[in-house]
Design a protein around this ligand. Structure first.
Ligand SMILES: N[C@@H](CCC(=O)N[C@@H](CS)C(=O)NCC(=O)O)C(=O)O
Length: 204
């Protein structure tokens, strides 16, 4: 299998952590790709993902799986279903938490693009603040969820560590550790895992 990724992508990081935790990383070739809004990457769009988004997983059959959740779900099935509970309340909780975290990551990425890509004179502060507020309020939501933070490893915990790692990477002065001490303790615990440690985004 080939995983199209970037070391900076929080969505791709989630898939890499899941693959390591599931014992599947040796079956995956990592292929680095650059995708930036407003910049062409016709080869990637044509051959892999018309949406020009990372990550994408190409199976040995040539079939392409897109969206980090779907890729993680595919890998989880292959690896024995350790990260997404198979049924019942636990399953919907993990999936719903994951959806929240996915939305928080999307909002943080939109903030990043607003500053990095959009021409400075078109910068829209109210829109930026609105999206940052979604990520920040989401952090408060998870800071209060000690059952989730202290429970067994799930895909939603992996998604949360990727949100926090992305905050460190792109918004280093946002102050999430001081504001959310439970998330700080969770992050420190998660950083003891090799999968989390080796996938920290490299310094920009
Ligand atoms: N829902 C997608 C989101 C993926 C996504 O937005 N990836 C970013 C990189 S972190 C991307 O490819 N951005 C390029 C673009 O939007 O042009 C997933 O979970 O895989």
């Amino acid at each position: 299998m080939k995983l199209y990724f970037s070391p900076a992508s929080p969505f791709a990081r989630k898939v890499r952590i899941a693959a390591i935790e599931l014992g599947l990383i040796d079956k995956i070739e990592l292929v680095g790709v650059s995708v930036v809004p407003g910049q062409a990457n016709d080869a990637y769009m044509h051959d892999v993902n018309p949406l020009k988004k990372l990550p994408a997983l190409v199976l040995d059959s040539g079939e392409v799986i897109v969206d980090s959740y779907v890729i993680a779900e595919y890998l989880d099935e292959l690896g024995g279903g350790k990260l997404i509970p198979a049924s019942g309340a636990q399953r919907w909780r993990v999936r719903s938490d994951h959806s929240l975290l996915q939305g928080m990551t999307d909002s943080m990425l939109l903030c990043r693009y607003e500053k990095l890509v959009r021409p400075t004179d078109l910068f829209w502060q109210g829109w930026y603040d609105d999206h940052w507020n979604r990520a920040w309020t989401g952090m408060a939501r998870f800071n209060a969820d000690t059952a989730m933070l202290e429970g067994p490893l799930t895909l939603s915990q992996i998604a949360l560590v990727c949100v926090l790692g992305y905050a460190d990477f792109r918004f280093p002065d946002c102050g999430w550790r001081a504001a959310y001490p439970n998330l700080d303790a969770f992050h420190q615990r998660m950083m003891q895992r090799e999968s989390v440690k080796v996938s920290v985004p490299p310094p920009a």
